[in-house]
Design a protein around this ligand. Structure first.
Ligand code: HEM
Length: 434
């Protein structure tokens, strides 16, 4: 047998508290200190292998070597994703479920969602004109919640919008939290699943008549590998797996507004309509700002990589944020510089804000094109649909908090809507259905 190398170890006996203290930078800090893209830590006594960088990401996204069963902590499933959802499936069960999710991502469907989003921004903007100040993050959540529900076919009475949107936001806000934020996320999940469970029941009983192509109808009528309908709770969880992440785009929109404010040159370039600059800006927002910190999977069966042993069942974490801030890959990674993406060759492993690797074979985000297009529509609205001021406020965001956000939620005032505004809607970047 070939001799194996020892995986470098973090010197701390248990790194759980360090993870809480360092958040997004935890993996990169150790990777740099140990001068290694692979190292080992212990979380509450459990051995975990951490990976950093594109070479490691290529390994992490090999479905022959890793599986998702048992990788996502229950506390995250009980808040962010729902229990036993697509994120935890492997093999044929995953493949079939993913096919269903990908079937929603046609150019026509994306266009339909963007039209809703654009319309909702315009409605919201009219209201803001009469308001003293507006917290963009909250407003964006409401906009995306209304648009997402219309898109999937879930009726959303106006008097429920705020509560539903807030709950969906809390699901996301809980993913790295302990204590009250976690409990709030769990309660928000119970309420959201109850709400969407009722919709599934109504669709199945014919009480709610929907076009059969709408996602709510497709999910209600979807049959799993065993030929059976998803149970009502599971169907609700998967429908929420469309609505919740659309609402989560509010995080990126808030960071987009922050970038426009803190890097005014980018505003100028957008105004000058520099070629493809919108797309470059959106990509840089997804690289530069923190959202998904890292991803987890378990080793399927023993193997060796670059001399290091991976034992069956070991939990492995792939660094996302740190890989986006690695100076070996990105020149001056801590500068916000959208033009860098002109040179970017589109690797599936160095830039993975919504996961890397393959869409159909792997767990890469099904909603990546939706996110990119929705960010563009929203950026357009902020640039051309309204004028506004940014009053003094606390815009600091902590890298220890996961997920993080500027403290103030990005407040704007003196909003005026443009007399004429129609958002150009594109569905570029959707290679799956071309
Ligand atoms: C704020 C924007 C978003 C971010 C940051 C994001 C991020 C992610 C990440 C990191 C993953 C996991 C990748 C992996 O495990 O390898 C994922 C998976 C997923 N995302 Fe997104 N996402 C976003 C928006 C969306 C949207 C708009 C949708 C759908 C409308 C969506 C649907 C999904 C689904 C269904 C999965 C599970 C895929 C699978 O397990 O195969 N996401 N997303």
């Amino acid at each position: 047998m070939n001799a194996t190398l020892n995986i470098p170890r973090d010197k701390s006996l248990d790194s759980s508290l360090d993870l809480l203290r360092e958040g997004y930078t935890f993996i990169q800090n150790r990777s740099e200190a140990l001068d290694s893209d692979i190292f080992q830590v212990r979380f509450l006594g459990m051995k975990v292998i951490c990976l950093h960088g594109p070479e490691a990401a290529r390994l992490f996204y090999d479905p022959e070597k890793f599986m998702r069963l048992g990788a996502m902590p229950k506390r995250v499933q009980k808040t962010l994703t729902g229990e036993n959802a697509i994120q935890t499936l492997d093999n044929e069960a995953h493949h079939r479920r993913k096919e269903m999710f990908m079937s929603f991502m046609t150019p026509g469907n994306i266009h339909r969602l963007m039209a809703y989003i654009s319309q909702e921004w315009q409605q919201a903007g009219k209201k803001w004109e009469t308001q003293d100040h507006v917290m963009l993050f909250k407003e964006a959540q409401n906009v995306f919640c209304r648009a997402a529900c219309a898109w999937v076919g879930v009726p959303l009475p106006e008097d429920q919008v705020r509560e539903r949107a807030r709950n969906l936001g809390w699901l996301v806000d809980a993913f790295g939290a302990l204590g009250p934020k976690h409990w709030r996320g769990k309660q928000a999940r119970r309420q959201s699943e109850k709400w969407i469970g009722k919709i599934i029941k109504q669709v199945r009983s014919g009480k709610l008549l929907l076009d059969e192509k709408l996602p709510a109808a497709v999910i209600a009528n979807y049959r799993d590998v065993n030929g059976k309908f998803l149970d009502r709770k599971m169907a609700a969880i998967e429908l929420l797996n469309l609505i919740r992440p659309i609402v989560a785009i509010a995080w990126y929109v808030t960071f987009s507004a922050l970038a426009l404010h803190q890097y005014p040159m980018t505003r100028q370039k957008l105004r000058n309509k520099e070629e493809n600059y919108e797309e470059l800006f959106v990509q840089e927002v997804r690289r530069f700002y923190p959202f998904a910190p890292f991803l987890g999977a378990r080793v399927r069966s023993d193997f060796t990589w670059q001399g290091y042993p991976f034992r069956k069942g070991t939990l492995v974490l792939q660094d996302v944020y740190g890989t986006h801030h690695d100076a070996r890959i990105w020149e001056r990674p801590d500068a916000f510089y959208p033009d860098r993406f002109r040179e970017w060759e589109g690797s599936r492993f160095d830039f993975m804000p919504q996961g890397g690797g393959d869409y159909s074979n792997g767990h890469r985000c099904a909603g990546e094109w939706i996110t990119i297009e929705a960010m563009k529509v929203s950026l357009n609205y902020l640039m051309q649909g309204i004028t506004y001021q940014v009053p003094a406020q606390d815009l600091y965001f902590s890298l220890a908090k996961m997920p993080t956000l500027p403290k103030s939620g990005f407040v704007i005032n003196r909003v005026k809507t443009a007399a004429e505004f129609t958002s150009p809607i594109t569905t570029n970047g959707c290679p799956f259905h071309h």
